[in-house]
Design a protein around this ligand. Structure first.
Ligand SMILES: C[S@@+](CC[C@H](N)C(=O)[O-])C[C@H]1O[C@@H](n2cnc3c(N)ncnc32)[C@H](O)[C@@H]1O
Length: 269
């Protein structure tokens, strides 16, 4: 049994890497433990582009939030929000719309603790520890209901999280569970790991994530597109991360497929 680090609550398993903390490490954050750094270092040794891919994912998230705000959305439900990092949803949304409201949801206790610490008693944000696979419970959660008005459009963010929902847990059913509760004009913002960009690396990478509590299921473009059935997918469709409405030449890459993450924004009719 590992010695417990001072101040780390019992519910945090220090012997097992967590997807949230490994992702924090890729992004250069400090909220990770030795077991996470060891797994992340192995992943980066296998796949040196990983930090770049995660940065491209965050850049997509920021562009997508700005798109939703420009379309009039003021409410965000960020599912699998992760450990806070530069350019969180509320910061990006508020820079364009000061009245924007955001509920952050994550299953990981470290992500939730840091989110609560950063947001303090900010009246226009909430942080909920929950499993997104239960839309029925989450949509009825008092913290969610206290901030979001489901009669008005909401942007539901599922950014780099649905690949942690295996087929057996019916990701399409989970998405449908949220969409059914949303008003017309609401958005789904999605990014998802795919094996199609660099197929030679996919299996080894998924193998590493089997050590975490949230193993990874990469999906094809056709499978990711199917998650958006019945919605109006906004241009340019389901594309590699840097190709979703890049705002500067720095965001474009000659080989977008090496980013191995697909991005899309879709609107409920
Ligand atoms: C790769 S991070 C993505 C963070 C953020 N959405 C982003 O794109 O920058 C994935 C996050 O999803 C969370 N997660 C995984 N499965 C989840 C579930 N079933 N319910 C809620 N959160 C989940 C993990 O704890 C982690 O914080």
């Amino acid at each position: 049994m590992a010695d417990r680090l001072a101040g780390v609550p019992e519910e945090i398993d220090l012997t097992r890497p967590s997807a949230a903390r490994v992702y924090d490490y890729y992004l250069g954050g400090a909220h990770n433990f030795a077991v996470d750094r060891e797994m992340a270092a192995r992943a980066v040794a296998m796949w040196p582009d990983l930090p770049l891919i995660m940065q491209a994912n965050r850049a997509f998230l920021r562009r997508a939030v700005r798109h939703c705000v420009a379309a009039g959305v003021r409410q965000f439900l960020d599912l699998g929000s992760g450990i806070p990092t530069a350019g969180n949803v509320h910061e990006v949304a508020r820079s364009a719309a000061p009245d924007a409201r955001v509920v952050y949801v994550d299953v990981d206790p470290v992500a939730v603790a840091h989110s609560r610490f950063i947001l303090g008693d900010d009246p226009a944000t909430r942080v909920v520890q929950a499993d997104l696979r239960r839309p029925d419970l989450l949509l009825d959660h008092p913290e969610v209901r206290s901030l979001l008005d489901f009669e008005q459009p909401v942007a539901v963010m599922m950014v780099a999280v649905l690949h942690f929902v295996p087929d057996a847990d019916d990701p399409a059913g989970v998405v449908a569970g949220y969409l059914g509760a949303l008003a017309p004009g609401s958005f789904l913002v999605l990014s998802h790991a795919t094996h199609e960009g660099q197929p030679d690396k996919a299996e080894e990478h998924q193998e590493l994530y089997r050590r975490t509590a949230t193993p990874m299921t990469m999906r094809s473009r056709a499978e990711v597109s199917a998650l958006l059935d019945g919605l109006d997918v906004v241009d340019p469709g389901v594309v590699y991360l840097p190709l979703w409405r890049p705002e500067s030449l720095d965001e474009v890459d000659e080989r977008p497929e090496r980013f191995t993450g697909l991005a899309a924004v879709a609107r409920k009719r």
